[in-house]
Design a protein around this ligand. Structure first.
Ligand code: BMP
Length: 212
């Protein structure tokens, strides 16, 4: 529908549903992470799918040994997720465990190459190109790369190629700009700028407008 994914990091289901009711069908994909899942349970995936017909990307930043990654991915897909985000720094075998589960359920795997916050520069950024290259070697098609450092996003795009799908967090509150980000990413992920806004519907409209 459009290239905006809402990061639903609200810790009360009722409030989260209220945001969905206000923004309605302006979006078709949301990202659910630990804040909402730990607060309200994994059932939230099905609630958003059934009540709002959204596609759900689960952001559990999976980063464990292969056997455990496989179990986490299994539970995530079993509970209705359409996609899962996994960390790349844990290495090929761990990522492969998630990839195999995604294939088994015919769902999407998103490989996180590098994070958007300032602290990521010290460790994660050093390996990000290698993580992206590993993803390409593994045949991974979907990536997460930062909107806060456009030069890095551009470099990741160059590595993963034009046919890969990049989703990019860090627009708005973290300082990234929607339109610039979409020069290199296929979709932006926005959380607080929408759900913390007085008027989430207008905030969503404004972001969509700003991308045009
Ligand atoms: P916000 O727009 O409120 O900054 O939210 C961004 C979302 O993307 C949050 O859910 C955050 O956990 C996630 N995220 C991020 O900000 N940077 C990354 O590198 C990876 C993420 O998943």
């Amino acid at each position: 529908k459009n290239n905006l994914i809402l990061a639903m990091d609200i810790m009360e289901l009722q409030k989260a549903e209220k945001v969905c009711e206000t923004i309605g069908n302006q979006i078709d994909t949301i990202k659910i992470g630990y804040p909402l899942t730990l607060a309200e349970g994994i059932k939230t995936i099905k609630i958003f799918k059934e009540n709002y017909n959204y596609q759900i990307i689960c952001d559990y930043k999976v980063a464990d040994i292969p056997a455990t990654n496989s179990k986490i991915a299994e539970q995530t897909f079993k509970n209705g997720a359409d996609g899962i985000i996994t960390h790349g720094f844990v290495g090929e075998d761990s990522v492969k465990a998630c990839q195999d589960k995604a294939d088994e359920y015919n769902k999407d795997l998103f490989l996180l190459t590098e994070m958007s916050h300032p602290g990521a520069k010290r460790f994660l950024q050093k390996d990000a190109d290698e993580i992206a290259k590993m993803g390409v070697e593994m045949g991974i098609k979907n990536y997460v790369a930062p909107a806060t450092r456009i030069n890095r996003l551009k470099e990741i795009r160059e590595i993963v190629g034009k046919d890969s799908f990049i989703i990019s967090p860090g627009v708005g509150k973290q300082g990234g700009e929607a339109k610039k980000t979409l020069e290199y990413a296929n979709a932006i992920i926005v959380g607080r700028s929408i759900y913390e806004s007085e008027n989430p519907k207008k905030a969503t409209e404004d972001i969509i407008k700003s991308t045009k």
